[in-house]
Design a protein around this ligand. Sequence first.
Ligand code: ADP
Length: 507
Amino acid sequence: MLEEYKKKHTKPLVQHLILELNGDILETDEALFSISKNENIANIHPFFETLSTLLNTNNEDFNFSCIHLNIGNYTAICDIIIKTFSSDKKPLLIIHDLTEHYKTYQTTAQVRNESVINSQILELKNNYLKEKEAFKNTFIANFSHELRDPLTGILTFSDILSKTSLTAQQKDYIQILNSSSSFLKQMIDDILDISKIEAGKLELTIEPFSLSDLLEELKLNYTLKAKQKGIEFNYNFDTNLPQIVGGDSKRLRQVITNLLDNAIKFTPEGSVTLNVSLNQIRAQKASIHFEIIDTGIGIKKEHYKDIFSSFTQVSENDNYKGTGLGLAIVKYLVELTNSKVNVESELGKGTTFSTSINFLAHSGLKLTQQKKQTDIEFNPNKKYNILLVEDSEITQLSVLKILATKGQFFLDIASNPDDVISRISTFENEVDLILMDIKLKEHNGEDIAKQIRSLPERQHRKIPIIAMTAKVFKEDFKRYKKAGINDVLKKPFNERQFLKKLSEHLN
Ligand code: ADP
Protein backbone atom coordinates (compact mmCIF):
# COMPACT_ATOMS: atom_id res chain seq x y z
CA MET A 1 0.00 0.00 0.00
CA LEU A 2 2.69 2.42 1.09
CA GLU A 3 4.68 1.60 -2.02
CA GLU A 4 1.65 2.43 -4.14
CA TYR A 5 1.23 5.84 -2.45
CA LYS A 6 4.93 6.48 -2.84
CA LYS A 7 4.74 5.71 -6.54
CA LYS A 8 1.74 7.99 -6.91
CA HIS A 9 2.90 10.99 -4.90
CA THR A 10 6.66 11.01 -4.95
CA LYS A 11 8.12 12.98 -7.76
CA PRO A 12 11.00 10.92 -9.14
CA LEU A 13 14.28 12.79 -9.21
CA VAL A 14 16.71 10.27 -10.70
CA GLN A 15 16.77 8.73 -14.14
CA HIS A 16 19.01 5.73 -14.94
CA LEU A 17 20.22 4.94 -18.46
CA ILE A 18 22.33 1.99 -19.66
CA LEU A 19 24.43 2.88 -22.69
CA GLU A 20 26.41 1.16 -25.37
CA LEU A 21 30.10 2.06 -25.52
CA ASN A 22 29.31 4.32 -28.49
CA GLY A 23 26.59 6.16 -26.57
CA ASP A 24 23.50 4.46 -27.97
CA ILE A 25 20.81 4.13 -25.31
CA LEU A 26 20.15 0.48 -24.42
CA GLU A 27 17.74 0.89 -21.54
CA THR A 28 16.20 3.82 -19.65
CA ASP A 29 13.41 4.58 -17.22
CA GLU A 30 11.36 7.71 -17.84
CA ALA A 31 11.73 9.27 -14.41
CA LEU A 32 12.68 12.68 -15.74
CA PHE A 33 12.11 12.70 -19.47
CA SER A 34 11.17 10.24 -22.26
CA ILE A 35 13.60 9.22 -24.87
CA SER A 36 13.44 6.51 -27.52
CA LYS A 37 15.72 3.51 -27.23
CA ASN A 38 18.68 3.25 -29.61
CA GLU A 39 18.93 6.99 -29.87
CA ASN A 40 22.48 8.14 -29.29
CA ILE A 41 22.88 10.08 -26.04
CA ALA A 42 25.05 12.65 -27.85
CA ASN A 43 21.98 13.73 -29.82
CA ILE A 44 19.79 14.62 -26.86
CA HIS A 45 21.94 17.41 -25.36
CA PRO A 46 25.31 18.90 -26.32
CA PHE A 47 26.69 18.07 -22.84
CA PHE A 48 26.70 14.37 -23.74
CA GLU A 49 28.68 14.87 -26.97
CA THR A 50 31.90 14.76 -24.98
CA LEU A 51 31.13 11.49 -23.22
CA SER A 52 32.23 8.93 -25.83
CA THR A 53 35.82 8.67 -24.62
CA LEU A 54 34.71 8.29 -20.98
CA LEU A 55 32.35 5.41 -21.87
CA ASN A 56 35.33 3.35 -23.03
CA THR A 57 37.14 3.43 -19.67
CA ASN A 58 37.12 0.62 -17.06
CA ASN A 59 35.80 0.85 -13.52
CA GLU A 60 35.63 4.62 -13.34
CA ASP A 61 33.13 7.04 -11.79
CA PHE A 62 32.74 10.47 -13.37
CA ASN A 63 30.77 13.14 -11.54
CA PHE A 64 29.53 16.37 -13.05
CA SER A 65 27.72 18.95 -10.94
CA CYS A 66 25.23 21.64 -11.78
CA ILE A 67 24.61 20.79 -15.44
CA HIS A 68 21.78 22.72 -17.08
CA LEU A 69 19.80 20.26 -19.21
CA ASN A 70 17.23 21.17 -21.78
CA ILE A 71 15.62 18.10 -23.36
CA GLY A 72 12.30 18.68 -25.14
CA ASN A 73 10.02 20.26 -22.52
CA TYR A 74 12.24 19.14 -19.72
CA THR A 75 14.56 21.76 -18.24
CA ALA A 76 16.51 21.11 -15.08
CA ILE A 77 19.75 21.58 -13.21
CA CYS A 78 21.27 18.18 -12.58
CA ASP A 79 24.22 16.28 -11.20
CA ILE A 80 25.33 13.61 -13.64
CA ILE A 81 27.24 10.43 -12.82
CA ILE A 82 28.78 8.03 -15.34
CA LYS A 83 29.90 4.63 -14.07
CA THR A 84 31.97 2.30 -16.22
CA PHE A 85 32.78 -1.36 -15.43
CA SER A 86 35.57 -3.80 -16.28
CA SER A 87 33.58 -6.83 -17.46
CA ASP A 88 31.22 -6.63 -20.37
CA LYS A 89 28.77 -4.74 -18.15
CA LYS A 90 27.57 -1.69 -20.03
CA PRO A 91 28.19 1.88 -18.73
CA LEU A 92 25.53 3.42 -16.50
CA LEU A 93 24.42 7.04 -16.75
CA ILE A 94 22.62 8.52 -13.72
CA ILE A 95 20.92 11.89 -14.01
CA HIS A 96 19.97 13.43 -10.66
CA ASP A 97 17.54 16.35 -10.89
CA LEU A 98 18.67 18.87 -8.24
CA THR A 99 16.86 21.91 -9.62
CA GLU A 100 15.23 22.86 -6.30
CA HIS A 101 18.47 22.43 -4.42
CA TYR A 102 20.47 24.57 -6.84
CA LYS A 103 17.80 27.28 -6.96
CA THR A 104 17.74 27.55 -3.18
CA TYR A 105 21.49 27.47 -3.13
CA GLN A 106 21.66 30.24 -5.71
CA THR A 107 19.23 32.40 -3.78
CA THR A 108 21.20 31.88 -0.57
CA ALA A 109 24.45 32.63 -2.36
CA GLN A 110 22.93 35.75 -3.84
CA VAL A 111 21.65 36.93 -0.48
CA ARG A 112 25.04 36.21 1.01
CA ASN A 113 26.83 38.09 -1.77
CA GLU A 114 24.47 41.01 -1.38
CA SER A 115 25.09 41.16 2.34
CA VAL A 116 28.86 40.96 1.75
CA ILE A 117 28.59 43.79 -0.77
CA ASN A 118 26.40 45.82 1.61
CA SER A 119 28.85 45.43 4.45
CA GLN A 120 31.67 46.48 2.12
CA ILE A 121 29.70 49.56 1.07
CA LEU A 122 29.10 50.33 4.75
CA GLU A 123 32.79 49.98 5.50
CA LEU A 124 33.67 52.28 2.60
CA LYS A 125 31.13 54.83 3.83
CA ASN A 126 32.55 54.59 7.35
CA ASN A 127 36.09 55.07 6.11
CA TYR A 128 34.96 58.04 4.06
CA LEU A 129 33.26 59.61 7.09
CA LYS A 130 36.29 58.92 9.28
CA GLU A 131 38.63 60.50 6.74
CA LYS A 132 36.31 63.50 6.38
CA GLU A 133 36.17 63.88 10.16
CA ALA A 134 39.95 63.57 10.49
CA PHE A 135 40.42 66.12 7.70
CA LYS A 136 38.01 68.53 9.40
CA ASN A 137 39.76 68.21 12.76
CA THR A 138 43.23 68.64 11.27
CA PHE A 139 41.98 71.59 9.25
CA ILE A 140 40.52 73.25 12.34
CA ALA A 141 43.66 72.56 14.38
CA ASN A 142 45.94 73.95 11.64
CA PHE A 143 43.71 76.88 10.85
CA SER A 144 43.39 77.96 14.46
CA HIS A 145 47.14 77.54 14.77
CA GLU A 146 47.64 79.96 11.88
CA LEU A 147 45.29 82.44 13.58
CA ARG A 148 47.33 82.39 16.76
CA ASP A 149 50.46 84.06 15.35
CA PRO A 150 48.71 87.27 14.27
CA LEU A 151 46.65 87.18 17.44
CA THR A 152 49.79 86.97 19.56
CA GLY A 153 50.99 90.06 17.71
CA ILE A 154 47.77 91.96 18.43
CA LEU A 155 47.69 90.96 22.10
CA THR A 156 51.34 91.80 22.72
CA PHE A 157 51.33 95.11 20.94
CA SER A 158 48.10 96.35 22.42
CA ASP A 159 49.62 95.43 25.80
CA ILE A 160 52.80 97.35 25.00
CA LEU A 161 50.86 100.26 23.52
CA SER A 162 48.69 100.56 26.61
CA LYS A 163 51.84 101.20 28.66
CA THR A 164 52.88 104.21 26.58
CA SER A 165 51.50 107.68 27.24
CA LEU A 166 48.12 107.86 25.59
CA THR A 167 45.26 110.29 25.35
CA ALA A 168 41.96 109.27 26.90
CA GLN A 169 40.56 108.55 23.46
CA GLN A 170 43.51 106.37 22.51
CA LYS A 171 43.04 104.46 25.76
CA ASP A 172 39.43 103.81 24.78
CA TYR A 173 40.55 102.51 21.40
CA ILE A 174 43.05 100.17 23.05
CA GLN A 175 40.24 98.94 25.29
CA ILE A 176 38.19 98.06 22.19
CA LEU A 177 41.21 96.38 20.61
CA ASN A 178 41.71 94.34 23.76
CA SER A 179 38.14 93.22 24.11
CA SER A 180 37.88 92.33 20.39
CA SER A 181 41.03 90.24 20.48
CA SER A 182 39.94 88.52 23.70
CA PHE A 183 36.67 87.66 22.01
CA LEU A 184 38.54 86.33 18.97
CA LYS A 185 40.80 84.26 21.23
CA GLN A 186 37.74 82.87 23.01
CA MET A 187 36.21 81.84 19.69
CA ILE A 188 39.39 80.12 18.54
CA ASP A 189 39.58 78.27 21.87
CA ASP A 190 35.94 77.19 21.55
CA ILE A 191 36.42 75.95 18.00
CA LEU A 192 39.48 73.97 19.08
CA ASP A 193 37.51 72.54 22.01
CA ILE A 194 34.69 71.45 19.70
CA SER A 195 37.14 69.78 17.32
CA LYS A 196 38.73 68.02 20.31
CA ILE A 197 35.28 66.97 21.52
CA GLU A 198 34.30 65.63 18.12
CA ALA A 199 37.56 63.72 17.86
CA GLY A 200 36.89 62.28 21.36
CA LYS A 201 40.15 63.81 22.59
CA LEU A 202 38.88 66.09 25.30
CA GLU A 203 39.47 64.64 28.75
CA LEU A 204 39.11 65.98 32.27
CA THR A 205 42.11 66.49 34.54
CA ILE A 206 41.21 65.71 38.14
CA GLU A 207 43.26 67.68 40.68
CA PRO A 208 42.59 69.28 44.07
CA PHE A 209 41.56 72.91 43.77
CA SER A 210 40.08 75.61 45.93
CA LEU A 211 36.34 75.78 45.21
CA SER A 212 35.97 78.77 47.51
CA ASP A 213 38.68 80.73 45.61
CA LEU A 214 37.03 79.90 42.29
CA LEU A 215 33.59 81.05 43.51
CA GLU A 216 35.08 84.19 45.02
CA GLU A 217 36.73 85.07 41.72
CA LEU A 218 33.51 84.42 39.76
CA LYS A 219 31.63 86.62 42.22
CA LEU A 220 34.01 89.56 41.67
CA ASN A 221 34.16 89.18 37.88
CA TYR A 222 30.44 88.88 37.36
CA THR A 223 29.50 91.61 39.78
CA LEU A 224 31.62 93.85 37.55
CA LYS A 225 30.29 92.47 34.25
CA ALA A 226 26.67 92.80 35.41
CA LYS A 227 27.32 96.35 36.59
CA GLN A 228 28.75 97.27 33.19
CA LYS A 229 25.54 95.94 31.61
CA GLY A 230 23.37 97.82 34.12
CA ILE A 231 21.85 94.70 35.70
CA GLU A 232 22.18 93.09 39.13
CA PHE A 233 24.35 90.12 40.04
CA ASN A 234 23.26 87.97 42.98
CA TYR A 235 24.97 84.95 44.46
CA ASN A 236 24.18 82.40 47.15
CA PHE A 237 26.99 80.04 48.13
CA ASP A 238 26.08 77.31 50.63
CA THR A 239 28.18 77.65 53.80
CA ASN A 240 28.55 73.84 53.96
CA LEU A 241 30.44 73.65 50.68
CA PRO A 242 33.83 71.95 50.98
CA GLN A 243 36.66 74.47 50.45
CA ILE A 244 38.92 72.11 48.58
CA VAL A 245 37.58 69.53 46.15
CA GLY A 246 39.08 67.25 43.51
CA GLY A 247 37.99 67.92 39.95
CA ASP A 248 38.87 69.80 36.78
CA SER A 249 38.81 73.43 37.91
CA LYS A 250 39.57 74.82 34.45
CA ARG A 251 36.62 73.00 32.90
CA LEU A 252 34.28 73.80 35.81
CA ARG A 253 35.15 77.46 35.37
CA GLN A 254 34.46 77.11 31.63
CA VAL A 255 31.00 75.60 32.29
CA ILE A 256 29.96 78.27 34.80
CA THR A 257 31.40 81.21 32.88
CA ASN A 258 29.75 80.05 29.64
CA LEU A 259 26.38 79.90 31.41
CA LEU A 260 26.93 83.21 33.24
CA ASP A 261 28.15 84.96 30.08
CA ASN A 262 25.00 83.81 28.26
CA ALA A 263 22.81 84.87 31.18
CA ILE A 264 24.30 88.37 31.12
CA LYS A 265 24.23 88.54 27.31
CA PHE A 266 20.57 87.57 27.05
CA THR A 267 19.33 89.68 29.98
CA PRO A 268 18.62 93.29 29.01
CA GLU A 269 17.30 94.22 32.46
CA GLY A 270 16.79 92.66 35.87
CA SER A 271 19.31 90.25 37.34
CA VAL A 272 21.52 87.22 37.01
CA THR A 273 21.94 84.87 39.98
CA LEU A 274 24.50 82.18 40.71
CA ASN A 275 23.43 79.66 43.35
CA VAL A 276 25.86 76.97 44.51
CA SER A 277 24.69 74.46 47.09
CA LEU A 278 25.74 71.13 48.52
CA ASN A 279 23.42 68.20 47.75
CA GLN A 280 25.34 65.72 49.89
CA ILE A 281 28.75 64.30 50.72
CA ARG A 282 28.85 60.52 50.46
CA ALA A 283 31.68 58.00 49.95
CA GLN A 284 34.27 60.82 49.76
CA LYS A 285 32.32 62.51 46.98
CA ALA A 286 30.50 65.82 47.16
CA SER A 287 27.55 66.36 44.87
CA ILE A 288 27.35 70.10 44.25
CA HIS A 289 24.41 71.85 42.63
CA PHE A 290 24.95 74.88 40.38
CA GLU A 291 22.11 77.10 39.27
CA ILE A 292 22.36 80.08 36.93
CA ILE A 293 19.15 82.11 36.87
CA ASP A 294 18.43 85.12 34.70
CA THR A 295 15.47 87.41 34.10
CA GLY A 296 16.27 87.70 30.38
CA ILE A 297 14.62 87.03 27.05
CA GLY A 298 13.94 83.33 27.71
CA ILE A 299 13.96 80.33 25.37
CA LYS A 300 10.99 78.63 23.68
CA LYS A 301 10.37 75.07 24.91
CA GLU A 302 10.76 73.65 21.40
CA HIS A 303 14.28 75.10 21.28
CA TYR A 304 15.51 73.48 24.52
CA LYS A 305 17.19 70.65 22.60
CA ASP A 306 18.62 72.73 19.72
CA ILE A 307 20.51 75.18 21.90
CA PHE A 308 22.92 72.41 22.95
CA SER A 309 23.95 71.61 19.34
CA SER A 310 27.14 73.08 17.87
CA PHE A 311 26.76 76.30 15.89
CA THR A 312 23.10 76.73 16.86
CA GLN A 313 21.60 80.05 17.90
CA VAL A 314 17.88 80.30 18.48
CA SER A 315 17.36 83.93 19.41
CA GLU A 316 15.61 85.83 16.62
CA ASN A 317 17.55 88.94 17.49
CA ASP A 318 20.72 89.27 15.37
CA ASN A 319 22.29 91.73 17.78
CA TYR A 320 23.56 88.96 20.05
CA LYS A 321 26.99 87.94 18.84
CA GLY A 322 28.35 84.45 19.41
CA THR A 323 29.29 81.22 17.68
CA GLY A 324 26.65 78.91 19.11
CA LEU A 325 29.36 76.69 20.57
CA GLY A 326 29.17 77.61 24.27
CA LEU A 327 26.29 75.37 25.31
CA ALA A 328 27.52 72.45 23.16
CA ILE A 329 30.79 72.60 25.11
CA VAL A 330 28.96 72.96 28.44
CA LYS A 331 26.80 69.91 27.69
CA TYR A 332 29.78 67.79 26.69
CA LEU A 333 31.89 68.78 29.71
CA VAL A 334 29.04 68.14 32.14
CA GLU A 335 28.33 64.78 30.49
CA LEU A 336 31.99 63.84 30.94
CA THR A 337 31.27 63.97 34.69
CA ASN A 338 28.26 61.64 34.15
CA SER A 339 25.81 64.41 34.83
CA LYS A 340 23.51 66.52 32.68
CA VAL A 341 22.44 70.14 32.21
CA ASN A 342 18.82 71.09 32.82
CA VAL A 343 17.07 74.10 31.38
CA GLU A 344 13.81 75.74 32.44
CA SER A 345 12.66 78.88 30.75
CA GLU A 346 9.74 81.14 30.08
CA LEU A 347 9.80 83.38 27.04
CA GLY A 348 10.24 87.00 28.06
CA LYS A 349 10.58 86.10 31.75
CA GLY A 350 13.96 84.39 32.05
CA THR A 351 15.92 81.17 32.10
CA THR A 352 17.45 78.80 34.65
CA PHE A 353 20.27 76.45 33.76
CA SER A 354 21.23 73.92 36.44
CA THR A 355 23.42 70.89 36.97
CA SER A 356 24.74 68.73 39.81
CA ILE A 357 28.35 67.64 39.56
CA ASN A 358 30.31 65.18 41.71
CA PHE A 359 33.71 66.17 43.07
CA LEU A 360 36.18 64.31 45.23
CA ALA A 361 35.91 65.58 48.80
CA HIS A 362 38.02 64.24 51.64
CA SER A 363 40.55 65.55 54.13
CA GLY A 364 43.50 64.11 52.16
CA LEU A 365 43.09 66.65 49.33
CA LYS A 366 45.96 69.16 49.38
CA LEU A 367 46.52 72.03 47.01
CA THR A 368 49.72 71.84 44.99
CA GLN A 369 51.84 74.88 45.76
CA GLN A 370 51.14 77.41 43.07
CA LYS A 371 53.27 80.46 42.58
CA LYS A 372 51.38 83.63 43.31
CA GLN A 373 50.19 85.85 40.45
CA THR A 374 52.72 88.54 41.26
CA ASP A 375 55.97 86.65 41.47
CA ILE A 376 57.64 87.01 38.10
CA GLU A 377 61.20 87.52 39.22
CA PHE A 378 64.53 87.50 37.46
CA ASN A 379 67.91 87.77 39.12
CA PRO A 380 68.50 91.58 38.92
CA ASN A 381 72.27 91.10 38.72
CA LYS A 382 72.13 88.90 35.70
CA LYS A 383 71.74 89.38 31.96
CA TYR A 384 70.19 86.48 30.08
CA ASN A 385 70.92 85.27 26.56
CA ILE A 386 67.79 84.07 24.84
CA LEU A 387 67.81 82.31 21.49
CA LEU A 388 64.52 82.60 19.63
CA VAL A 389 63.94 80.02 16.88
CA GLU A 390 61.12 81.60 14.89
CA ASP A 391 60.42 82.68 11.32
CA SER A 392 57.25 84.71 11.88
CA GLU A 393 58.21 88.37 11.94
CA ILE A 394 55.23 89.29 14.09
CA THR A 395 56.24 86.84 16.81
CA GLN A 396 59.91 87.86 16.52
CA LEU A 397 58.92 91.49 17.05
CA SER A 398 56.52 90.65 19.88
CA VAL A 399 59.20 88.71 21.78
CA LEU A 400 61.74 91.44 21.13
CA LYS A 401 59.41 94.15 22.48
CA ILE A 402 58.50 92.20 25.59
CA LEU A 403 62.12 91.44 26.43
CA ALA A 404 63.14 95.04 25.73
CA THR A 405 60.80 96.29 28.46
CA LYS A 406 62.78 94.31 31.04
CA GLY A 407 66.24 95.48 30.04
CA GLN A 408 68.07 92.36 31.12
CA PHE A 409 67.85 90.15 28.05
CA PHE A 410 69.95 89.71 24.92
CA LEU A 411 67.95 88.23 22.10
CA ASP A 412 69.32 86.29 19.17
CA ILE A 413 67.07 84.97 16.41
CA ALA A 414 67.49 81.92 14.15
CA SER A 415 65.10 80.13 11.87
CA ASN A 416 66.89 77.04 10.61
CA PRO A 417 68.71 74.15 12.30
CA ASP A 418 72.22 75.06 11.08
CA ASP A 419 71.92 78.61 12.42
CA VAL A 420 70.57 77.33 15.72
CA ILE A 421 73.41 74.87 16.23
CA SER A 422 76.09 77.40 15.24
CA ARG A 423 74.55 80.10 17.53
CA ILE A 424 74.55 77.72 20.46
CA SER A 425 78.14 76.68 19.84
CA THR A 426 79.59 80.14 19.16
CA PHE A 427 77.49 82.52 21.25
CA GLU A 428 79.98 84.62 23.18
CA ASN A 429 78.12 84.00 26.36
CA GLU A 430 76.30 80.75 26.85
CA VAL A 431 72.67 80.60 25.66
CA ASP A 432 70.49 80.53 28.80
CA LEU A 433 67.22 79.54 27.19
CA ILE A 434 65.83 78.60 23.78
CA LEU A 435 62.35 79.60 22.64
CA MET A 436 61.39 77.22 19.88
CA ASP A 437 58.53 77.71 17.44
CA ILE A 438 57.32 74.21 16.58
CA LYS A 439 55.86 74.91 13.16
CA LEU A 440 58.51 76.79 11.21
CA LYS A 441 57.84 77.21 7.52
CA GLU A 442 60.53 74.81 6.40
CA HIS A 443 61.52 73.02 9.57
CA ASN A 444 60.06 71.31 12.57
CA GLY A 445 60.99 72.60 16.03
CA GLU A 446 60.89 69.09 17.47
CA ASP A 447 63.63 67.94 15.07
CA ILE A 448 65.79 70.93 15.95
CA ALA A 449 65.29 70.19 19.67
CA LYS A 450 66.42 66.59 19.06
CA GLN A 451 69.58 67.87 17.34
CA ILE A 452 70.32 70.16 20.29
CA ARG A 453 69.84 67.30 22.73
CA SER A 454 72.44 65.24 20.88
CA LEU A 455 75.17 67.93 20.81
CA PRO A 456 78.58 66.82 22.11
CA GLU A 457 78.95 69.50 24.83
CA ARG A 458 76.99 68.73 27.98
CA GLN A 459 76.17 72.38 28.79
CA HIS A 460 74.71 72.81 25.27
CA ARG A 461 72.60 69.71 25.60
CA LYS A 462 71.14 71.01 28.85
CA ILE A 463 69.87 74.43 27.73
CA PRO A 464 66.15 74.70 28.62
CA ILE A 465 63.95 74.64 25.53
CA ILE A 466 60.45 76.15 25.65
CA ALA A 467 58.20 75.32 22.72
CA MET A 468 55.89 78.06 21.45
CA THR A 469 52.87 76.45 19.86
CA ALA A 470 49.11 76.27 19.57
CA LYS A 471 49.20 72.48 19.39
CA VAL A 472 48.71 71.50 22.97
CA PHE A 473 46.86 68.17 22.81
CA LYS A 474 48.01 65.50 25.23
CA GLU A 475 49.75 63.53 22.49
CA ASP A 476 51.56 66.71 21.34
CA PHE A 477 52.97 67.19 24.86
CA LYS A 478 54.24 63.61 24.84
CA ARG A 479 56.05 64.17 21.54
CA TYR A 480 57.58 67.47 22.70
CA LYS A 481 58.89 65.77 25.82
CA LYS A 482 60.35 62.94 23.77
CA ALA A 483 62.14 65.49 21.57
CA GLY A 484 63.79 66.97 24.68
CA ILE A 485 61.58 70.05 25.02
CA ASN A 486 61.21 71.13 28.66
CA ASP A 487 58.06 73.20 28.61
CA VAL A 488 55.40 74.72 26.39
CA LEU A 489 54.20 78.32 26.01
CA LYS A 490 50.75 78.24 24.50
CA LYS A 491 50.04 80.64 21.62
CA PRO A 492 48.62 83.22 21.75
CA PHE A 493 50.38 84.48 24.85
CA ASN A 494 50.46 87.87 26.50
CA GLU A 495 53.40 89.63 28.11
CA ARG A 496 52.68 88.28 31.55
CA GLN A 497 52.32 84.65 30.45
CA PHE A 498 55.49 84.96 28.41
CA LEU A 499 57.65 86.40 31.19
CA LYS A 500 56.20 83.99 33.75
CA LYS A 501 57.19 81.01 31.65
CA LEU A 502 60.69 82.39 31.18
CA SER A 503 61.08 83.08 34.89
CA GLU A 504 60.24 79.46 35.71
CA HIS A 505 63.28 78.29 33.74
CA LEU A 506 65.79 81.06 34.30
CA ASN A 507 66.18 81.40 38.04
P1 ADP B 1 26.17 81.62 21.70
O1 ADP B 1 25.87 82.24 23.03
O2 ADP B 1 27.59 81.79 21.27
O3 ADP B 1 25.19 82.02 20.65
P2 ADP B 1 25.51 79.14 23.02
O4 ADP B 1 25.75 77.71 22.58
O5 ADP B 1 26.11 79.55 24.31
O6 ADP B 1 26.00 80.04 21.83
O7 ADP B 1 23.96 79.36 23.07
C1 ADP B 1 23.15 78.91 22.01
C2 ADP B 1 21.89 79.73 21.94
O8 ADP B 1 21.04 79.43 23.05
C3 ADP B 1 22.09 81.23 22.00
O9 ADP B 1 22.44 81.75 20.75
C4 ADP B 1 20.73 81.72 22.49
O10 ADP B 1 19.84 81.77 21.41
C5 ADP B 1 20.29 80.58 23.42
N1 ADP B 1 20.60 80.91 24.84
C6 ADP B 1 21.64 80.43 25.56
N2 ADP B 1 21.59 80.90 26.84
C7 ADP B 1 20.50 81.69 26.92
C8 ADP B 1 19.90 82.46 27.97
N3 ADP B 1 20.42 82.51 29.21
N4 ADP B 1 18.76 83.13 27.67
C9 ADP B 1 18.23 83.07 26.44
N5 ADP B 1 18.72 82.39 25.41
C10 ADP B 1 19.87 81.68 25.63
